[in-house]
Design a protein around this ligand. Structure first.
Ligand SMILES: O[C@H]1[C@H](O)[C@@H](O)[C@H](O)[C@@H](O)[C@H]1O
Length: 532
């Protein structure tokens, strides 16, 4: 079947020779889903300009991203101060307690991410954003008032549920409302908010530390403050709409038309109708699929299976490359190698992450996801190997906590060199794999399996996030070569990831979500052979 796009694998599994893959230039005489059939012409909403309203909407939804970033990063500074408050005469807080307090958030996020997808299909995207906010607020208050390790673990799990729900629903919400030409950039705004939240968490970790506040007040404020943006989001979201795709799935065509007219800027009634027809082709009006039927659809239909494989691959790679070991432990690492102010030094990681995500925001819809990924992941491998080299010239790291910093002074050039190499690694990460998996998972799945598929991809992210977070300190201690050995292992993950992405990943720049389904129905869109 003709796909209407250059370089899409044909039925016999061959590809066009052209270097530029899936450039989104219609070339066949067969109209595409959602296209107006006028070949070579852009469809409605594909133009350069989108309404101001869509930016407002993205920023409103992005508050969840801010909370995701804040809540995952604020714990690293809070951990330095909470032990006296949570210890009792019978039980002093141990390193194991601290690990549990940290990783319970990732576990909560795993569960939240899994269920959010299903919930989003039943109660709508907007409703699920409120659920995330309720969890963020409850978790923040609970953390701030906790007086025992057990209470803290439960509170962190509640926050984690919010993080997981928010991490799935916001990219989905934004991508379902965005015109194709801006979808990548708008979803990246949410990632930009995540990295901004992480930067704020690091900064507040420094500002709210003693002597500014007592040790007890310090961590309670750091963690409790997470509730405020969630409250703000509840108010702002009242004025935001449900997504057209969900409205159409629930036979609410008029409302969907109004939302599209607003989100896409100046469209004529005919153009709105064209967009709606395109979306409807991908939306099953049948909302009666049971969970078992959804699972069956997800795994038995080739296109769905490919969407799931690629989304999980990218989400898994985003975490297995070890980035969050830096996000959660860079202060600890810098303290181990003798930096006087490890938390401030660690801001290099959070700052570079945010700055490079801003560059990704500018590049994604211009360069395309595939090309950026194939620059980002090999760049990370190089950065990790350079870091490993630097680690091998530093004293063997012993997992000390940031409360007991290494007092040895820096005697050679390797520590600052390490920071430069780390910044290179972090920039390569944030340019591509740090943001793109969130874009991909929210645009690859057909409507009927979108909730379940994005849920599984999000869960893959959080499982690996948990594994990396939980294994970092023991791995540094036990592995051959310590931190250097571990970074070589992360580099190997990146090399494997580069090959996998090159093999299976199609470019989807500028395609409508329904057109992406079309691409995946035909086969893998990378250079790999067609698989069924
Ligand atoms: O996209 C985000 C972002 O890259 C964050 O900096 C990182 O901590 C998260 O794990 C990731 O999902």
């Amino acid at each position: 079947m003709a796909t209407g796009y250059r370089n899409i694998p044909t039925v016999d599994g061959t590809y066009d020779e052209d270097e530029e893959r899936l450039t989104a230039l219609p070339s066949s005489t067969e109209p595409l889903i959602g296209d107006d059939g006028d070949n070579g012409r852009k469809g409605p909403g594909d133009g350069e300009r989108v309404g101001l309203w869509i930016w407002l909407l993205t920023v409103s939804a992005g508050i969840s991203g801010l909370l995701f970033g804040y809540d995952t990063a604020s714990i690293s500074a809070a951990l330095l101060h909470l032990a006296p408050s949570l210890s009792t005469p019978e039980h002093s807080v141990t390193t194991w307690d601290k690990s549990l307090i940290t990783s319970s958030t990732s576990l909560g996020a795993l569960i939240g991410g899994l269920f959010a997808g299903l919930l989003a299909d039943y109660m709508g995207r907007k409703g699920v954003i409120y659920v995330a906010d309720a969890l963020f607020i409850a978790g923040a208050v609970w953390q701030a008032l906790s007086t025992s390790v057990a209470a803290m673990i439960v509170a962190r799990t509640v926050v984690g549920l919010g993080v997981g729900v928010g991490s799935l629903i916001v990219p989905l919400y934004i991508s379902e409302l965005s015109p194709p030409s801006h979808r990548g950039r708008l979803v990246i705004i949410n990632v930009l908010f995540i990295t901004f939240g992480q930067l704020i968490a690091y900064a507040l970790g420094i500002i709210l530390s003693p002597p500014t506040l007592s040790q007890d007040a310090s961590w309670r404020y750091m963690l409790g403050l997470g509730g405020l943006p969630a409250g703000l989001q509840v108010v702002v979201m009242i004025f935001m709409p449900e997504t057209p795709r969900w409205l159409l799935q629930h036979s609410r065509r008029n409302e969907a038309a109004k939302v599209i007219a607003k989100a896409y800027g100046n469209l004529t009634a005919r153009e709105v109708d064209q967009v709606i027809t395109g979306i409807e082709a991908g939306v099953s009006a049948d909302t009666s699929d049971t969970l078992t039927e959804k699972f069956k659809l997800l795994f038995s239909v080739g296109g769905n299976r490919r969407a799931l494989t690629i989304s999980c691959l990218l989400q898994g790679l985003q975490q297995a490359c070890g980035f969050n070991s830096l996000m959660y432990f860079s202060a600890t690492i810098f303290s181990m190698i003798g930096f006087k102010n490890p938390t401030a030094t660690a801001m290099v990681v959070a700052g570079t992450n945010m700055a490079a995500t801003a560059i990704a925001f500018n590049l994604i819809d211009r360069l395309g996801r595939r090309r950026i990924l194939l620059l980002s992941i090999p760049g990370m491998a190089i950065g990790l190997l350079l870091c490993a080299l630097a680690f091998s010239h530093l004293p063997v790291l012993t997992p000390v906590t940031a409360t007991t910093p290494n007092t040895a002074s820096i005697t050679n050039l390797w520590p600052p060199i390490l920071i430069i190499f780390m910044a290179f690694y972090v920039a390569s990460y944030a340019l591509g794999i740090g943001a793109i998996p969130w874009v991909v998972q929210s645009e690859f799945f057909p409507m009927r399996v979108r909730g379940l598929g994005t849920g599984m991809a999000t869960a893959t992210n959080w499982i690996l996030n948990f594994m990396v977070g939980a294994s970092f300190l023991p791995a540094v201690e036990l592995m051959y070569g310590g931190a250097a050995g571990l970074f070589v292992l992360y580099a190997l993950v990146c090399v494997t990831g580069t090959v996998a992405v090159w093999w299976v990943y199609p470019e989807t720049k500028g395609l409508r979500m329904e057109e992406i389904e079309e691409v995946l129905r035909e086969g893998w869109g990378g250079v790999g052979k067609r698989v069924d």
